[in-house]
Design a protein around this ligand. Structure first.
Ligand code: NAD
Length: 256
């Protein structure tokens, strides 16, 4: 039996007129989110370290690309400011950029810990503050979507710094929802399970894929499009009453 997938979806255009910034959108999940948003009618700006891939995607989608290293707070503020100016405002911010490293707990150095948090968590605070100020000044509300991870709920052996940074993303999302709801801003995060991207690809084996697939009742790992479809829903008016949530997109690997 062939089960339907997200690629079988009908064409829909829920994001016409939405001005959307996606961090880490040059490749992987972020690039697929940018594709999906553009296909639903949004005007998209992508921020990323990877200038060549970001520019190529901008050419493919007719969207904007702004190069940035999210560990540089001043550079991040400038890049997001330029993206918002180019779009003429911001309705949706997708904090997607992230890194994954593996290290046993007893071997994680403070430098590794701080780099993980700088990209996965601290940059998210900076972009959220800037985007929210713009949304509040415009008085039109907005939506913030953060990429957390299943590891932020379950932990993960060898992922002490990664899992902790993603647990912080879940908490930051809830505080964002609590504090900014009165300004008409919703905030939710997506907790993917195992998505087939370049993240973790260097150490991925066929045995890993088979083992992790067996943890999902659907018997497969996620494609970036599985996550992008959920992001598009969260960015749309269909999710107007959803805030402060950490949605699992894990193929049922976890259910809490
Ligand atoms: N792939 C998975 O299995 C998985 C699972 C759970 C959560 N996630 C999360 O989803 C998000 C996207 O992951 P992905 O699988 O597409 O990974 P990816 O490595 O393919 O893409 C990450 C993107 O972030 C960008 N980035 C990294 N550091 C940056 C920096 N300092 N400045 C600017 N951009 C930077 C990269 O250049 C890249 O384009 C991440 O937050 C990740 O933690 C992924």
């Amino acid at each position: 039996m062939t089960l339907p997938t997200v690629t079988d979806r009908p064409t829909i255009s829920r994001l016409v007129g939405k001005r959307i910034v996606v961090t880490g959108g040059a490749r992987g999940i972020g690039a697929e989110i940018a594709r999906r948003f553009a296909s639903e009618g949004a005007e998209v700006a992508v921020l990323d370290l990877l200038a060549e891939q970001g520019s190529a995607l901008a050419g493919e989608l007719g969207c904007h690309f702004v190069p940035v290293d999210l560990t540089d707070t001043a550079g991040t503020t400038d890049a997001l400011g330029r993206a918002i100016e180019t779009l003429g405002g911001i309705d949706v911010l997708v904090n997607n950029a992230g890194i994954l490293r593996f290290s046993p707990l007893l071997e994680i150095t403070v430098d590794e810990w701080e780099r993980m948090f700088a990209i996965n968590t601290t940059a998210m605070l900076v972009t959220t503050q800037l985007a929210a100020r713009s949304m509040i000044a415009a008085g039109t509300g907005g939506t913030i979507i953060n990429l957390a991870s299943m590891a932020g709920k379950t932990g993960g052996a060898g992922q002490g710094h990664y899992a902790a940074s993603k647990a912080a993303v879940i908490a930051l999302t809830r505080v964002t929802a609590l504090e900014l709801g009165a300004s008409g801003i919703t905030a939710n995060c997506i907790c993917p399970g195992y998505v087939l991207t370049e993240m973790g690809a260097a150490t991925r084996t066929e045995a890993d894929v088979a083992e992790w697939s067996s943890y999902s009742p659907l018997g497969r790992l996620a494609e970036p499009a599985d996550v992008a479809g959920v992001a598009a829903f969260l960015a749309s008016a269909d999710a107007a009453y959803l805030t402060g949530q950490a949605l699992n997109v894990t193929g049922g690997m976890i259910m809490h």
